[in-house]
Ligand binder design. Sequence first.
Ligand code: FCB
Length: 441
Amino acid sequence: MKFNRDFIFGVATSSYQIEGAFDEDDRTPSIWDTFSRIEGNVQDMDNGDVACDHYHRYNEDIKLIKELGVDSYRLSIAWPRIFPEKGKYNPKGMEFYKNMITELKQRGIKVAVTLYHWDLPQWVQDLGGWEVRENIDLFLQYTEKCFTELDDLVDLWITHNEPWCASILSNAIGEHAPGKKDISAALKVAHHILLSHGMVVRQYHKLGLKKQIGITLNLTPVYSSTTSFVDKLAASNMDGYFNRWFLEPLFKGAYPMDIVNLYAARNCNFDFIKDGDFDIIREKCDFLGVNFYNRSLVRFDPMSLILCSGAHSKYNKTDIGWDISPNEFIDLIKMVRARYTDLPIYITENGSAWLDVLENGEVKDNERINYLELHLQAVAKMNELGFNIVGYYYWSLLDNFEWANGYSQRFGLVYVNYDTQERIKKGSFYRYKEIIEKKCI
Ligand code: FCB
């Protein structure tokens, strides 16, 4: 199957997961620095103090990106490097991104920048973080600086990465920083993140800037484990909780009423929604970013918040335990096209974790190659169906700090030896390079 000549092949990373240099050039802690220092939050008490030391090795990493042959590189900016304190802009932090992005552009690589990939400054969290509506102004102060300093060099702006993770997973489930377990707080966070997205897009347009801007959602197609009525209810709830809660405000201007009712029955109130908010959230973007890893198979569970739990699935799984489900990837995009939007779609993340073994200087990661091929075939198929997928970013360039899983899960095309910081290209690196060269899978 062939890809169009203008299809964008890419590779993605994020700041906290690779940069290290946690206290250099005036950077102050993010919520992940704080969270990872508390026992029980991150596997093996790993943290991002050093990570892949990308802050010092970005030149070497850009060479890898160039060798891979991708058209575009997706990175994120660490807000605490740019504003280490309230109202204090830090040019040194900006300099790092300017230098790196300049280097990428000189090598002919397009750049996609995520403005928020979860490393909220701890000082903002101390002011109530995303739960406090007024704190959106602090985000706008930061994004304006990024726009005025970097827009010339950037091709694609992504306001937020995966609002479901930044709100629910982080504030209701407590698995990610800041580690709260409070659904009411999480819904406020979700709302303010969505609102900030719309405000940032408006700010961007007001500044008269013309590059592409959009948001990235993590979406999962949901299936009921049986045909029973209650299992189907569970599937519908899961879809509402994970997908529709974000898609509906962005494209239809409201939260899904079935899930609003469910939360209301759990004593959540919705005072945080103000008149006009949905008009802001719906501000027109240039594209939708979708991160896809796996499908969800679910069953009814009367004890759970949304009356739903994961069901046993017979599908083959990646090392992190996620179903390998490329056909369902097609179902998902079909659903997005049918119900929500005809904006161009970028797959801003897709990839898989495996127990890579370094043997005689090589990593033969055939499972990762297989996963990559299956998902790129699915993307090619989607385009045959007319779904207008304009680009695909593999997650990730390097093995890196995989959030609550620490360094135990390796997603990279490049193996990182964390003792020596040596980078070793895996089999999948060469296979992806070949696919990009041929524009064919
Ligand atoms: C996504 C995150 C990304 C990475 C992958 C595996 O949810 O956006 O940072 O951790 O999962």
